[in-house]
Design a protein around this ligand. Structure first.
Ligand SMILES: Nc1nc2c(ncn2[C@@H]2O[C@H](COP(=O)(O)OP(=O)(O)OP(=O)(O)O)[C@@H](O)[C@H]2O)c(=O)[nH]1
Ligand SMILES: [Mg+2]
Length: 207
């Protein structure tokens, strides 16, 4: 079982759901004003796991703007993990996951052991009473089940004020990436849709 693994992690979702802020919180532990992402950006971070292993995550931040959708879909290729983001207070962003992003993942993400996470962002707005939820939890669970996403891969985060929610998400992702690398992932598990998995040696691993 390798001590270190490298994995490509891609964020996708509607414009303004908070993809860039989520990455900034995780990678730099900051929350600052962002500009809309143009094209794609990229960062890496090494995560030490509780069992002594570590995963270096290559994190790709895609643009949610409509005009970049074809490009964003292109960047999903080769991902070990996709984080499909919606804004907890914006129903349209949730709908876009099922209408656009999860089908796209099922089409293009055929890396061995690939898994998709569904992440509701801006939890602070809900917890602090500024906005109400745009989607009931049961609906999120049902949508995830319809699309082959495990209930344990559904998270709610706040990049603004609940740092621990972001840490919990990425800790789980890093652990999943290490598992896949360590147990001889043979492509038998593809968590979204019916894409045919690649053999292990075809898996796109950065690093
Ligand atoms: N309250 C709150 N606002 C947030 C949070 N995350 C992001 N925002 C705000 O949401 C807006 C959009 O955030 P971005 O991270 O730029 O969104 P994005 O998904 O990267 O957008 P695109 O790059 O255009 O696809 C900004 O005004 C952020 O300040 C959060 O956790 N809580
Ligand atoms: Mg962005």
């Amino acid at each position: 079982m390798p001590e270190e693994t490298d994995a490509k992690v891609v964020l996708c979702g509607k414009q303004d759901v908070g993809k860039t802020c989520l990455i900034n919180r995780f990678v730099h532990n900051t929350f600052c004003e962002t500009s809309t992402t143009i094209g794609c950006s990229f960062a890496t971070k090494r995560v030490a796991l509780r069992d002594g292993r570590a995963s270096t995550l290559a994190i790709w931040d895609t643009a949610g703007q409509e005009r970049f959708h074809a490009l964003s879909a292109y960047y999903l290729r080769g991902a070990r993990v996709a984080i499909a983001c919606y804004d907890l207070t914006d129903r349209a962003s949730f709908q876009e996951l099922e209408d656009r992003w999860l089908p796209e993942l099922s089409k293009v993400c055929d890396t061995a052991g690939f898994r998709a996470f569904v992440v509701g962002t801006k939890l602070d707005l809900v917890l602090d009473g500024f906005c109400s939820r745009g989607v009931a939890r049961e609906e999120v669970l049902a949508m995830a089940a319809r699309n082959g996403v495990d209930a344990s891969d559904i998270f709610e985060t706040s990049a603004k004020s609940k740092v621990e929610t972001v840490e919990a998400l990425f800790e789980r992702i890093a652990a999943c990436c290490a598992e896949g690398a360590g147990d001889g992932a043979d492509g038998s598990t593809v968590r979204v849709g019916g894409a045919v998995p690649r053999r292990k040696d075809e898996c796109c691993v950065l690093g």
